[in-house]
Design a binder for this molecule. Structure first.
Ligand SMILES: [Zn+2]
Length: 149
C-alpha cells in the first residue's frame, strides 16, 4: 500500500503543525502497540494461571471425592494450564494409562470429564468390551514413558 498522502498546507505555520501532528501520531502508534502487546502478554499469563488453578482444583476434587468429575476443565484449559496428561484407569480390567490430551482428536473445547466414555481400553476392546474409563487426575508429565501396547 502506498503511504498516505497529506496535502501540503499553504502556510508555513500550518506545515509545521502538520509535521508535528504526524510525528505525534506515529509515536503514539508505536507506544499504543507496545502497550497492547504488554496487556495481551499479561492477560495470557493470567489465563494460564486460571487454567492451572482450574486443573489443580479438579485434581483435588477427584482425589477427595472421586467419581464427581463434572464440571471439569476443557482439554485446551488443561493443556494451557500445564496439565497436558490425563491419568485414567479402565473400569473393568483396572489397566492404568496416561493420555496425551494434546494428541487427542477430540475438539479442544471438549470437557475432560466427557472423555470418560470416549477413551477406550485396548485390552478390553480385544475382548469386545467397551467399559468407560475411570478418570484419576490431570498430570504435568506422564508416569511412564510409553503406555503398554
Ligand atoms: Zn480394560
Amino acid at each position: 500500500m502506498a503511504p498516505k498522502h497529506h496535502p501540503t498546507p499553504l502556510s508555513g505555520g500550518d506545515r509545521k503543525a502538520l509535521q508535528k501532528e504526524l510525528g505525534r501520531a506515529r509515536a503514539m502508534t508505536t507506544i499504543l502497540a507496545a502497550q497492547s502487546a504488554e496487556a495481551r502478554t499479561k492477560g495470557e499469563a493470567l489465563i494460564r494461571q486460571a487454567d492451572r488453578l482450574l486443573s489443580e482444583s479438579w485434581n483435588e476434587r477427584m482425589w477427595a471425592d472421586g467419581g464427581l468429575m463434572d464440571p471439569s476443565p476443557t482439554i485446551d484449559q488443561a493443556v494451557n494450564g500445564g496439565y497436558p496428561w490425563l491419568e485414567i484407569e479402565c473400569s473393568r480390567c483396572m489397566t492404568k494409562r496416561d493420555v496425551d490430551l494434546a494428541a487427542l482428536r477430540h475438539p479442544p473445547t471438549t470437557f475432560v470429564h466427557d472423555l470418560a466414555s470416549r477413551l477406550r481400553c485396548g485390552k478390553c476392546a480385544k475382548a469386545n468390551r467397551r467399559p468407560p474409563a475411570t478418570l484419576l487426575q490431570l498430570a504435568q508429565r506422564p508416569r511412564q514413558a510409553a503406555p503398554e501396547t
